[in-house]
Design a protein around this ligand. Structure first.
Ligand SMILES: O=C(CO)[C@H](O)[C@H](O)COP(=O)(O)O
Length: 219
């Protein structure tokens, strides 16, 4: 099976967590795009979606799924999204698609975070994938210097502006042994909007695509 076939398998597997009559939290990326395709098949049974990016909003609307402003929503049962890495504690690195801040906001509102990922995303220790950090543009150099002090090698993601008008620093060379502590430390730097570590609030359910089928891990 190709990596995309594994992504498709988990995207469609997540459909079973969608309850009729609800608003569904929808993530960003190629795996989440498969989930949106699956969601479109039940669009008349759900109220709609809240989205974590302009790209996902466009796809949801193109498939006829109503998209709500998060501020209109009191209850969100599930948020379904991919990940760049996930560890056995269900903590993740996200933000490869630059949508980390909105992803973290929608995930915070949801009762359950359902992570959909192919097996290549499973790691024992987070950090092989460069850690994305969304930064207010005027703070780029300052935050980069602070990230070097933390042992990282930040790289400015060229030609990328987030949906919030900010820049991304991708931090290489990290072996993240205490993800919650690093999440708090980086989030506390002035100029940082969000770090793409989803540690304090990790996933509740992970659907992992393997050549032998979809593996379900629950907290
Ligand atoms: O965090 C994300 C976007 O900001 C994505 O979930 C992550 O990059 C995984 O992407 P893909 O499903 O394309 O492998």
């Amino acid at each position: 099976m190709t990596q995309d076939e594994l992504k498709k398998a988990v995207g469609w597997a997540a459909l079973k967590y969608v309850q009729p009559g609800t608003v569904v939290g929808v993530g960003t990326g190629s795996t989440a795009a498969h989930f949106i395709d699956a969601l479109a098949t039940v669009k008349h049974q759900i109220e709609g979606a809240v989205s974590s990016s302009e790209a996902s909003t466009l796809k949801l609307k193109a498939l006829g799924i109503p998209v709500f402003d998060l501020n209109e929503i009191d209850d969100l049962a599930i948020y379904v999204d991919g990940a760049d890495e996930i560890n056995p504690q269900m903590q993740m690195i996200k933000g490869g698609g630059a949508a980390l801040t909105r992803e973290k906001i929608v995930a915070a509102v949801a009762d359950k975070f359902i992570c959909i990922a192919d097996a290549s995303k499973e790691v024992d220790v987070l950090g092989r994938f460069p850690l994305p950090v969304e930064v207010i543009p005027m703070a780029r150099a300052y935050v980069a210097r602070e990230l070097v002090k933390l042992g990282g090698l930040p790289e400015y993601r060229q030609h990328v502006v987030t949906d919030n008008g900010n820049i991304i620093l991708d931090v290489h060379n990290l072996r993240i042994l205490d993800p919650s502590a690093l999440e708090k430390t980086i989030n506390a730097l002035p100029g940082v909007v969000t770090v793409g570590l989803f540690a304090t609030r990790g996933a509740d359910i992970a659907l992992i695509g393997t050549p032998d089928g979809v593996k379900t891990i629950e907290k």
